[in-house]
Design a protein around this ligand. Structure first.
Ligand code: ADP
Ligand code: MG
Length: 249
């Protein structure tokens, strides 16, 4: 279980996160939505150990993971591929840092997302959406108890995005790892998550939390239900309330 406990984070004089607490239980799929510039990516950098918190604690199964990289499967908002490594070498890099990379598994995953032909290509030969898929696979093959995905499908066209959502769900329904997922799409959050956390504008703290009532495995049709529409409206209102002067992005 991931436990975020009363964390604060500022960049110099700019408070970005204030007294934020929440938990992600084993096997739970949690989505985070909030205004842009509210501190969502900053939160993930803190969980990923890339950046340090000013106050509070971040625990994974009871262990403090602050300043510790490699504890979670982390897909940053920007794909961050190394330009001098091939695609398959980019996928296996996390494992390389911690032991022996499994090239066979990496290739199987590339095949599943339609990138088999690009194994030996370099990142600059791929579109933004393709690079995002590579970054996604890299987080998955790192085989960690929790995946933190920062707007993983935002650079994809609508059709590929729907395909990838369905694919992520089928994958998750099979192995039930915990997922913490940032998205700016209310519909995506409702379709995928068990629970949605709405953040306030900067400095981010929790505004509201809703439990998503749809059964698993999720059916495509729920998108057209009255409950879906009502929840979408409710979440939209929360976000609208947070669109204030502090949000310059
Ligand atoms: P979100 O992902 O919710 O859109 P971010 O977490 O990327 O928002 O950014 C939150 C705020 O923190 C923004 O105002 C951004 O400019 C600021 N910020 C993010 N990273 C840094 C940094 N390394 N140094 C200074 N300010 C930063
Ligand atoms: Mg962001």
């Amino acid at each position: 279980m991931l436990s975020i406990q009363n964390i604060d984070k500022s960049f110099d004089a700019l408070p970005v996160i204030r007294n934020l607490s929440f938990e992600v239980k084993d096997g739970e799929f949690v989505a985070i939505i909030g205004p842009s510039g509210s501190g969502k990516s900053t939160l993930f950098q803190l969980i990923g150990g890339v950046s340090t918190i000013d106050k509070g604690a971040i625990l994974l199964n009871g262990t403090d993971i602050q300043r510790t990289r490699g504890m979670i499967g982390y897909m940053p908002q920007q794909p961050c591929l190394l330009p001098w490594r091939t695609i398959v070498e980019n996928v296996t890099i996390v494992e390389e840092l911690h032991g022996k990379p499994n090239v066979k598994v990496a290739k199987e995953w590339l095949n599943k997302v339609g990138l088999a032909a690009f194994e030996h290509a370099y990142p600059n030969e791929l579109s933004g959406g393709m690079q995002q898929r590579v970054s996604f696979i890299r987080a998955i093959v790192s085989n960690k108890p929790i995946l933190c995905l920062d707007e993983p499908f935002s650079a994809l066209d609508e059709f590929t995005r729907l395909e990838m959502q369905a694919w992520l769900l089928s994958l998750w329904e099979k192995d039930r790892k915990s997922i913490l997922f940032v998205t700016h799409s209310i519909e995506e959050a409702l379709y995928l998550a068990d629970r949605i956390i709405v953040l306030t504008k900067r400095p981010a703290t929790i505004k509201k939390e809703i439990i998503v009532p749809f059964a698993r495995p999720r059916q495509e049709e729920i998108r057209h239900s009255a409950t879906f529409t009502a929840l979408k409206q409710q979440l939209f209102t929360y976000l609208k309330e947070e669109k204030g002067e502090a949000n310059v992005d």
